[in-house]
Design a protein around this ligand. Sequence first.
Ligand code: PLP
Length: 388
Amino acid sequence: MSPPERIPTTCPTIVGTELEFIKNVLKGDNLSGKGEYSRLCEQWLGQYMKTGRPFVVSSCTSALEIAALLANIQPGDEVIFPSYTYVSSVNAFVLRGAVPVFVDLDDGTMNLDTGLIEAAITPKTRAIVPVHYAGVSCDMDCIMQIANKHGLFVCEDAAMGCLSTHRGRMLGTIGHVGCISFQEKKNITAGGQGGAILVNDPKLVERAEILYEHGTNRGRFLRGEVDRYQWLDVGVNATLSELQAAFLYAQLLDADHIVARRRAIWTRYFASLGRLAQKGYLSLPTVPPDTTHNANVFYIRVTDVNQRGALIRYLDKHNIQAHPQFMPLHSSPYGQQHGRFVGVDRITSLAASQILLLPLHLALTDEAQERVIHRVCSFWEQAVEKCI
Ligand SMILES: *Cc1c(COP(=O)(O)O)cnc(C)c1O
């Protein structure tokens, strides 16, 4: 008998209509971007997500870099982050000279523990960057309250959280700005790379447009508001190519179906692995009330890093891929040199060594998921037998 087909942890979303949309771009005369499909994507994001002014960009990393410029970060300013995130959340601000200040996680959600934020605020603090891990919302009411009290800028890293909600509001639309990723590991992709910056504070929209237009007022020129455009500020080239915008638009039109299918897979894992959680072998993610999530990843937390290694090898032997997620940034070489962790690292390093992502992607069939569930269960059943 041949071995069962390998099940990857992640696999890019493909909805089937992408090529048709790309062909339309090939018929026109704009490949470089800021064209009709980019406009349609922005219109969709604005209407569906109910945000001020969305810009589609080349990555969430470039969205974060624009956000750091909008926050007016100066060398020596401090910015508060969770340490359990992708490097881009922090790099964007470090590029402007910020000192990253890391705060521990909430044990249930793997998001910033909001009870620890105020202790990390100093006269140099300028911004908070909450990361919605696994597409599950941070406590945004509390974060906005703290930010307003101390006059801080809030940039939501909603890279993983496109179409998740907090009290009925989409993630990325609550902070002064929100950054979304359309990279291939996220629910919706612009052909492998892509992102959006949602500029929610109306006072920031004009400057955001100038930064996005390479530092010029070309946006106003195109609307006929000025008769020529000139260089007014620093700027970036974060343009999403029109081919990618076409790819993205095809997926945005299918967004409800993508999220529904991923949620069904997530919910089945959650229900099927509950028994193992009850026995104390592993723990399952917490989703706070008043939030909905997009099922970007499904993770379990096992007891320690050795057990995680053993489980990865066991699943691999059965042709199932499972992998850890982030390495804590505060203990990495750059983080140790340039950042600081405030308070006690009670959860971050421990959780980072326990988290394991199970396969979750649009193409995962019910049968394949059953195989994963069966093997995760049989790992512990075997281990228990050995222990006895
Ligand atoms: C994916 C991701 C990013 C970076 O997104 P890109 O579009 O690849 O630049 C940033 N932050 C988090 C939390 C992510 O998961």
